[in-house]
Design a protein. Structure first.
Ligand SMILES: [Zn+2]
Length: 159
């Protein structure tokens, strides 16, 4: 299986860390060297985590426990795979601010899928608040692939 890839970019006092690939038991080897080198303010971009299993959750929670002391941690553009875990594993977001998440949309007519982005100010977002997106293939109004009150459960608990 391909490993996760970590790319770091420094902008001002903030370190942007783009993590992509599958988050599973193999991620420990990739993540561990970053524990000591991360800056004080870290934004993890999680849009390209396309898969996460229970071992991956455990690896991430342990990683987070080690790095969050004396650091500000943020997540941005959380993928649907990540959001699914945020909703059931509260330690995934302990002492973390979620800046934005991807919302999976689906066309009711032709099943075309696409991702929308919601920013923290709008959490938790209800179906009625979602701005109308038109299917790029057939022009039908797109709908959330799953009910948004369930998708944003992690935000509702924290407010
Ligand atoms: Zn369509």
């Amino acid at each position: 299986m391909r490993p996760i890839i970590v790319n770091k970019t420094q902008k001002g006092d903030t370190e942007y860390v783009h993590v992509s690939g599958p988050l599973n038991e193999d991620a420990t080897v990739v993540l561990t060297p970053h524990k000591t080198t991360l800056g004080k303010k870290v934004v993890f971009n999680l849009r390209d985590i396309d898969y996460i299993n229970s071992s991956g959750v455990r690896v991430w929670v342990l990683f987070l426990r080690d790095i969050r002391k004396d650091r500000e941690i943020f997540y941005e553009e959380c993928s649907p795979a990540i959001v699914g875990q945020l909703n059931i594993v509260s330690s995934m977001i302990e002492h973390v601010q979620v800046l934005s998440v991807q919302i999976p949309l689906q066309c009711p007519a032709c099943r075309t899928e696409r991702l929308d982005l919601a920013h923290a100010g709008a959490f938790p977002l209800a179906n009625a608040q979602l701005k109308a997106e038109v299917c790029p293939r057939c022009g039908e109004k797109m709908e959330p692939a799953e009910p948004l009150d369930e998708y944003f459960e992690f935000a509702a608990i924290r407010i």
